[in-house]
Design a protein around this ligand. Structure first.
Ligand SMILES: [Zn+2]
Length: 437
């Protein structure tokens, strides 16, 4: 056992424990900047707030706008902040990436969604768990390293990026295209999304969003035999999906440790369905027409074992079958979004480093999970081509996007300890394997 490292870790953990109030107040301050997306409010104000704080602590701070990315405008600039500090030469770079955008508050709150109230050991508000609490924990973790006087090597980075909730195109994808998530600049990425502080999230399933339109021919509603109903066409398609696709999807199970268990199967949701004219015309009555168009938005979450081509072929095959067998059946399919599944190797350095520190801090075996939905890891893997990346952070996933969202202060402190100690291993400051208590 290396007692120097064990003592340094003890000291680091004590420092972080002493920052309990600070991590809570930092989370509160971040919640009070209402970075609601859409439309992408107050991004620059939030990036400034983070950048100013880190600049004062010696970081080199850059503001990078996702110019020309979806939603970017002078009224709603997609402002990202990336801060970097260098230690002794020779080590690697650990990057903590948090998205600064939050979804709208919605109804049903009993606290001010943008007040950041601190009560009962929790910080309350929109974005508390998803993911300003994680951002605050990572900032406090890195600041504790700097204050500890530990002679650390490599580099530490913290970013606050935009638009994760709407696909991350102006945020992580934009930065990854500029090499900000690739070696030699960055070697390990931790995304502090709310996944419980004793679990490491290795990746996520894939996504295929598509619009399917069935086409008909308009006619008077009193003589439907003169037209072709796009709604009846869609009904037949839905019937086939119900009969053939759903039973198949339920049978497929991934080897990825997706939680909750239901999401280990392949899933399909219909987000919306619109057929025919608007329900109520100007005179308050429905328009008596045969529907010439019916549009369905589908949200297919697929498994790493399936592959996008097979996923699409399964749906397109049904449509082709209908086109061959059903009179006047015409259709169109339009891709809205494709995200391929990603999964980091459970033996990857970032996973091992986090596992060891979770075990130390919580005294129990860490769990490996995968997310049912997607997050910015996809861009780091696909565009940045960096695969030593996971999500790890405080907060309870189920509270994300809900009214009365909160994050536990103890969880933030515990995860900050894990992040700080894991970062010192990953930078090469502490030997891989580290000292055991
Ligand atoms: Zn999130």
């Amino acid at each position: 056992m290396d007692t120097t490292i064990a003592n340094a870790r003890d000291d680091l953990f004590r420092r972080i424990a002493a920052k309990r109030d600070e991590v809570a107040s930092l989370t509160r301050d971040l919640i009070r900047i209402p970075t609601v997306n859409p439309p992408g409010d107050a991004y620059a104000a939030c990036a400034d707030f983070i950048g100013e704080r880190l600049r004062r602590r010696g970081f080199e701070v850059k503001f990078l706008r996702g110019e020309g990315t979806p939603g970017d405008s002078d009224a709603y600039p997609r402002t990202n902040i990336v801060a970097r500090i260098e230690g002794r030469p020779g080590g690697e770079c650990v990057h903590f990436n948090s998205h600064i955008d939050v979804v709208e508050a919605g109804q049903g709150w009993t606290v001010d969604p943008f007040g950041g109230e601190i009560r009962d050991g929790r910080v309350w508000g929109r974005g508390a768990c998803d993911m300003k609490g994680g951002l605050a924990a990572s900032i406090v973790a890195v600041e504790a390293i700097l204050e500890s006087g530990i002679p650390w090597t490599g580099a530490l980075e913290i970013s606050g990026t935009v638009d994760e909730e709407s696909g991350g195109f102006g945020g992580v994808a934009h930065l990854a295209r500029q090499g900000l998530f690739s070696p030699p600049r960055v070697h390990h990425v931790i995304i502090p999304e709310p996944l419980d502080p004793d679990r490491v999230c290795l990746g996520h399933r894939g996504v295929w969003w598509a619009e399917i339109e069935t086409k008909g021919r308009i006619a008077h509603g009193s003589m439907p035999f003169l037209g072709v109903s796009a709604i009846r066409h869609m009904g037949e398609f839905l019937h086939l999906v119900e009969e053939r696709v759903y039973p198949e999807l339920a049978k497929r199970r991934t080897r990825m440790p997706v939680v909750p268990d239901g999401a280990r199967a392949s899933t399909l949701n219909f987000n919306s369905l619109h057929g025919g004219q608007a329900e109520i015309a100007g005179d308050g009555l429905p328009s008596p027409n045969v529907a010439d168009s019916c549009r369905l938005i589908l949200d297919r979450r697929f498994l790493i074992e399936e592959g996008l081509d097979a996923v699409k072929a399964e749906i397109l095959g049904l449509l082709e079958e209908l086109a061959a067998g059903r009179p006047d059946f015409r259709y169109a399919v339009r891709d809205l979004m494709v995200v391929h599944p990603v999964m980091t190797d459970p033996g990857a350095p970032v996973v091992r480093a986090l596992d060891r520190e979770i075990e130390r801090v919580f005294g129990r075996t860490p769990k490996h999970i995968a997310s049912p939905g997607t997050y910015d890891q996809k861009h780091i893997a696909r565009i940045g081509n960096l695969h030593d990346c996971v999500a790890y952070g405080p907060g309870i996933l189920e509270l994300a996007h809900q009214p009365d969202e909160w994050v536990g202060i103890d969880d933030m402190v515990a995860s900050a300890k894990v992040m700080a100690a894991a970062a010192l291993t990953l930078t090469g400051t502490w030997p891989d394997g580290g000292a055991r208590f």
